[in-house]
Design a binder for this molecule. Structure first.
Ligand code: CP
Length: 338
């Protein structure tokens, strides 16, 4: 496997290898000297056509901890704003001898295009493409959940999977690449996933995804969940009104203070609350929930560095198994604009 483009089609073997290697990287992160020489002399390019805080910074930290040289490229302020294409941008970076290109792009399918085009020789890592996938986010979420699940079981995290874990993923599924990547990866790892959203915020074809679908957050909580992942309402991708008002959305779909208290009433003492960030506090999640001891928001950010170190290291050292050719790929309608 040369590129990390999606969790759909990512084998259990490769997923577990990335998570286990991330455990080793996390152990390095606890040392006084956090650096490894593993990627000395290699160059990692962070190619960001969309805004990012967590993903961009953690890829930079990950590459630096592995002693790679890092080039950060943001479309804003670059020749992209003068109309330069993805191909010309990528080939410019290739001329600087990039070994890995981490790409975030507004167009679903852009990382696939880069990986399959022959424009560059570098390994390509998808850091979020349109509404399609965000595989390293799902891997860091799974890493966070696996640690939690192992702690409850009293077993080591490494080598484990999420068999038996009940996970609800709630909110703006329609626009969420995080939801899509999580559904595929979590089912590969053995968890059962329920998507919870208003009907207007579910994508066409969701019934073919390997998960249950519900419109009712309270009934899903009442059935019992081990983790609830709240999704950001992506107002910047909405060209229409998908719910009556923010107040109504929060009341029906938000993880508010009442639902936080409900977990206690239900005796769900070990249920954790995830959010990929950035959060709309007061909309999809209340501050009390985001800052509660159940919240894993900051652990997710911390774990992101370990998981991205693992992905960079394994791809650049050729230590992942070949994957079968993908049977499915992102809709590519926006590729013509690349
Ligand atoms: N979770 C996530 O992708 O955050 P950023 O947009 O800040 O990278």
């Amino acid at each position: 496997m040369r590129h990390l483009l999606a969790t759909e089609g990512l084998s259990l073997e490769n997923a577990v290898r990335i998570l286990d290697t991330a455990e080793e990287m996390a152990a390095v992160g606890e040392r006084e000297i956090k650096k490894l020489p593993a990627l000395r002399g290699r160059t990692v390019v962070n190619l960001f056509f969309e805004d990012s805080t967590r993903t961009r910074i953690s890829f930079e930290a990950a590459a630096k901890r592995l002693s790679a040289d890092v080039i950060n490229f943001a479309a804003k302020g670059s020749s992209v704003s003068k109309g330069e294409s993805l191909k010309d941008t990528a080939q410019t970076l290739e001329a600087m001898s990039a070994d890995a290109v981490v790409i975030r792009h507004w167009a679903s399918g852009a990382p696939h295009r880069l990986a399959e085009s022959g424009w560059i020789n570098a390994a390509v890592i998808n850091a979020g493409d349109g509404t399609h996938e965000h595989p390293t986010q799902a891997l860091l979420d799974a890493f966070t959940l696996r640690r939690h699940w192992s702690r409850l079981a009293g077993t080591p995290s490494a080598g484990g999977n999420l068999a038996g874990m009940r996970i609800a993923v709630a909110g703006d599924v329609l626009h969420s690449r995080v939801a899509r990547s999580n559904v595929w990866l979590l089912q590969t790892l053995g968890a059962s996933v329920t998507l919870v959203a208003p009907p207007t915020l579910l994508p066409v074809g969701v019934e073919a995804w390997p998960c249950e679908v519900s419109y009712d957050l309270d009934s899903v909580l009442d059935r019992g969940v081990d983790a609830i992942m709240m999704l950001r309402v992506q107002a910047e991708r909405m060209q229409a009104s998908f719910f009556p008002s923010p107040r109504e959305y929060s009341r029906r779909w938000g993880f508010d203070d009442a639902r936080l208290a409900r977990l206690d009433e239900l005796g769900l003492a070990d249920t954790v609350i995830l959010h990929p960030g950035p959060m709309n506090r007061g909309l999809e999640i209340s501050s009390a929930a985001a800052d509660s001891p159940r919240s894993t928001v900051l652990a997710q950010v911390r774990n992101g560095v370990s998981v991205r170190m693992a992905a960079l290291y394994l791809l650049l050292s050729g230590n992942l198994h070949p994957e079968p050719a993908p049977g499915h790929r992102a809709a590519t309608t926006s590729e013509t604009a690349l």
